[in-house]
Write a protein that binds this ligand. Sequence first.
Ligand code: SF4
Length: 454
Amino acid sequence: MAHSIFDLFKIGIGPSSSHTVGPMIAANRFIATLKQQDMLIHTTRVRIDLYGSLALTGRGHATDSACILGLMGETPSEINPDNITPYFERVKANSELILAGQRPIDFNISNDLRFNFKQTLPQHANGLQFCAYDQHHNVMLTRRYFSVGGGFVQDETEIEQAQGQSIVKLPYAYNSARELLKYCQQDQKSIAQITLDNELELGSHDITAKLLNIWQVMANCIERGIKTPGILPGSLKLKRRAYHMHQHLIDNADSNKVDSIDWLNLFAMATNEENAAGSRVVTAPTNGAAGVIPAVLAWYLKFHSDDDEKAIVEFLATAAAIGLLYHRNASISAAEVGCQGEIGVACSMAAAGLAAVMGGTPLQVENAAEIGMEHNLGLTCDPIDGLVQVPCIERNTMGALKAINASKLALQNDGSHHVHLDDVIATMHQTGLDMMSKYKETSLGGLAINVVAC
Ligand code: SF4
């Protein structure tokens, strides 16, 4: 199935695309099905079951509130992040939710929302099930969904379907980076142009305006993060750093103590502190890694750009082409492949975007993307206390810095290179499948068990 740039860059909420955005979308889909089948008016109770990684790290990733608010008809792109906690607290206090915003039903959180810590569904590590009952306690509808990374959601049928069958006939249908590069060579087009041509065929209108809007949401997120001091929510009581980093940069602007990399770190840190706070954020390609792409793009705009709009469109369209290759041929789900699939993919996408706006050829762009992943291979996911905070926030600064270096290495070469992007994508996928599950967004290994949460 062909995916759009805007499937990858989705406006949503923190702290997690697979554990917050995806479950809310799954709940939205469930109530849509209840409505289609005229069952909404007969529903008196809904039970939610979380499995695998969604159960193990669901509390720290706000999966519980996402599911409940999703059942109430709230969507990741529209909900006001400030309303999430009050709405959730009201459901807990009253043991009642307004299904689809229309129908009050009893909802006892300790009975009707179950964390199945020891059970993982066979299809995917991020599984969840909704079950609707009528007034006689009979089951009317049961649906299982899988949050497969980056806010993408599939039901049982979709996850079983063979990959690669595009319903829409694209002008440039490709399954690999090699095929993509062949089109670039054949029609003398950049990767961004190929992506935008395909996007038109997918029915997107005003693509430039939509990409500029995506950037604006990213930029607003950076801005809020820079302006907000204080402590992040959750057990770690982690102090926000972006606010103080910014003060330091301003105070030392005329000294040789700061350089552009300090700004890069600031942009990444600000974005991911906002994500950790459950604020408005763009999946890029996930929430945990949402700071890498905005940081590199903001760094480029601040220090190198002479045509911002052109750069934003080219950067994001190029990065999206690379991200969709990972989504198609590997995974962007940490529960499947570890942090390689989040920070690694974001780094690879950002490296490609930067190489493109710096004037790289398609081969150099592909090389930058390859380097960006090659040096993230094996990266595990082990968030402390299940919160998208440590190591996640700082790790975005590392991903951003690596992306710049990957782009520089590629641009200083003529495009010829030894490891192809397709091969590194396959390697990342295989490495992720071989990785022990305790290192895949379960908080059962790594830093999560060696550092005590206070
Ligand atoms: S460790 Fe990486 S993959 Fe895991 S939650 Fe943090 S950013 Fe996401």
